[in-house]
Ligand binder design. Structure first.
Ligand code: FES
Length: 118
């Protein structure tokens, strides 16, 4: 099974996700950006636990957009309500990684995360 490189900005943290081991943890869709992030110590807010309704896991895709599962209408409805959303925004808990991707964790989300000083 292939492995994929997931880069998290702005920290430029690069993790390797092994699709044979999806799900990596227990949050969000198996193999989602959130699933991979949390399993590798990258904090992303996920107030609803990864079921795609809260919008706190909003990320902006900077590269590899087509290497993520396509968004559902329900996901885009939630993204539309996320602060600072862009045309490249996704929900980390719903976007399943199928190739190398680079995503940015928005500042307001980072500041809520618990991995250390902002
Ligand atoms: S964690 Fe709530 S929408 Fe993704």
């Amino acid at each position: 099974m292939p492995t994929y490189k997931v880069t998290f900005l702005p920290a430029n943290t690069v993790v390797t996700a092994d699709s044979a081991r999806y799900p990596c943890g227990s949050h969000g869709e198996a193999g989602s950006v959130l699933d991979i992030a949390l399993a590798h110590g990258v904090e992303i807010e996920h107030a609803c636990g990864g079921v795609g309704v809260c919008g706190t896991c909003h990320i902006i895709v900077r590269a590899g957009k087509l290497n993520l599962s396509p968004p559902s209408d329900d996901e885009m409805d939630v993204v539309d309500m996320a602060p600072g959303n862009t045309v490249d925004s996704r929900l980390a808990c719903q976007a399943v990684v199928r190739g190398d991707v680079t995503v940015e964790i928005p500042g307001w989300n980072r500041n809520l995360a618990s991995e250390g000083p902002a």
